[in-house]
Write a protein that binds this ligand. Structure first.
Ligand code: FES
Length: 101
């Protein structure tokens, strides 16, 4: 596991996703109600950009391309059963935000 700094808490705007590219991975970081979540950025359907998706109050992100849905808490795909994105631990320390990869 590697701990990588990805910015400050205020860099992640409420209710939107931010694409982070580190260690050869593309990760979508979402700020939902002040809490940060990180999942793979690339949709399992046809590689749509999940960081640009809408997150609802149930912590479900909808892919902007064809509407596949995923939990930003577990990475589980709600549209195609059994499919799952990787999730990543987000660590907040002294205003800084880190991902554990
Ligand atoms: S690429 Fe995400 S739903 Fe099609």
């Amino acid at each position: 596991m590697v701990k990588i700094e990805i910015g400050k808490k205020q860099d992640f705007q409420e209710d939107t996703g931010t694409l982070i590219e580190k260690e050869g991975k593309q990760i979508a970081v979402f700020n939902k109600n002040g809490k940060l979540f990180a999942i793979d950025h690339v949709c399992l359907h046809r590689q749509g950009p999940l960081a640009e998706g809408y997150v609802d109050d149930d912590h479900i992100v909808t892919c902007p391309w064809h509407g596949w849905q995923y939990s930003i808490e577990t990475g589980e795909c709600l549209t195609s059963q059994g499919m799952k994105l990787n999730t990543y631990k987000v660590i907040e320390e002294n205003e800084k935000v880190f991902l554990e990869l």
